[in-house]
Design a protein around this ligand. Structure first.
Ligand SMILES: NC(=O)c1ccc[n+]([C@@H]2O[C@H](COP(=O)([O-])OP(=O)(O)OC[C@H]3O[C@@H](n4cnc5c(N)ncnc54)[C@H](OP(=O)(O)O)[C@@H]3O)[C@@H](O)[C@H]2O)c1
Length: 267
């Protein structure tokens, strides 16, 4: 990969993982268009990065936001990399989740990256290799209690990535799917983090996740799940889901306790 020749639109650049990816790419010489909804945070991030970068303030969950991004990208020369990283979490029993929240999770995590990719595909540089990287999750391969909407969105994103990879396999555009495990960022509520501690779930730093993304790009891998044993659990769940059903059933009382605490605090 010739990093210095890449121009990358990074969505969700102000988030924990987004900032770490921005630092990792900028230090390799990639030119960034940093997208988020908060101008102040985007400006602060751009000021900290080596190199010259642009910011793009837009809400991906709205049609006007998607239009603003595609209009800005139309006039961006040599656009060669799209990282669909923006996302929101969920930590609640479906029964206590509103229809608005359900729409917001699916819209932000699944519909928005699909529509953004669709709009930006014609703008990606066709002369040399271009990249679309969709940031999914381990929970895009393993259904988890209390995160049914999040899992639905990330399972969908994984399917979208695989199908698009195959659709574009005879072009210069490489599509990849990158699946972090739990990572210490503000997407996880305090209750979710406390549950992870109690369940003994490993939690990565955002810097470690960004490094794994850079490695995936360097190695040209289409799919990457970050962390062991999560990588193994994903394989077992794919081949023998009833084994994972049983393992997660044992954890359900703990999961439910934290989900309901979280729901009570939110009310
Ligand atoms: N942290 C984890 O445990 C974990 C694990 C696996 C996968 N992931 C995935 O990693 C990605 C990054 O997550 P994170 O942990 O860095 O979360 P985060 O710290 O909460 O950051 C989320 C980012 O998404 C942006 N965003 C959310 N809704 C948006 C919208 N409607 N329009 C534009 N931008 C929007 C936020 O921008 P604003 O500044 O505008 O709010 C923020 O920059 C997500 O796709 C997430 O699902 C995270």
């Amino acid at each position: 990969m010739n990093w210095q020749q890449q121009t990358c639109l990074l969505t969700g650049a102000t988030g924990g993982i987004g900032q770490a990816i921005a630092h990792a790419l900028a230090s390799k010489g990639v030119t960034l268009i940093l997208q988020g909804r908060n101008e102040e945070r985007l400006l602060a991030l751009a000021a900290l990065l080596p190199g010259d970068h642009q910011i793009l303030v837009a809400d991906l969950a709205t049609a006007s936001g998607l239009t603003a991004i595609s209009e800005a990208m139309t006039v961006t020369p040599e656009f060669s990399m799209l990282i669909n990283n923006a996302g929101i979490g969920q930590f609640s029993a479906l029964q206590y989740t509103s229809a608005e929240e359900a729409n917001e999770v699916i819209n932000t995590n699944l519909t928005a990256p699909i529509l953004l990719t669709q709009r930006l595909l014609p703008l990606l540089n066709k002369d040399s290799e271009s990249h679309i990287i969709n940031v999914g999750s381990v929970l895009g391969s393993i259904g988890f209690a209390g995160q049914s909407l999040y899992c639905a969105s990330k399972f969908g994103l994984r399917g979208f990535s695989e199908a698009l990879y195959r659709e574009l396999a005879d072009t210069n555009i490489r599509v990849s799917y990158f699946a972090p495990r739990a990572t210490a960022t503000s997407i996880n509520s305090q209750q979710a983090m406390a549950m992870n501690t109690q369940l003994g779930t490993a939690v990565d730093t955002a810097d470690k996740v960004a490094k794994a993304l850079i490695d995936q790009l360097k190695q040209g891998k289409t799919r990457r799940v970050v962390g062991f044993p999560e990588r193994l659990f994903v394989k077992i769940n794919g081949a023998f889901p009833s084994i994972v059903d049983k393992a997660l059933l044992k954890k359900l009382p703990v999961i439910k306790r934290f989900i309901f605490q979280n729901t009570k605090e939110a009310l």
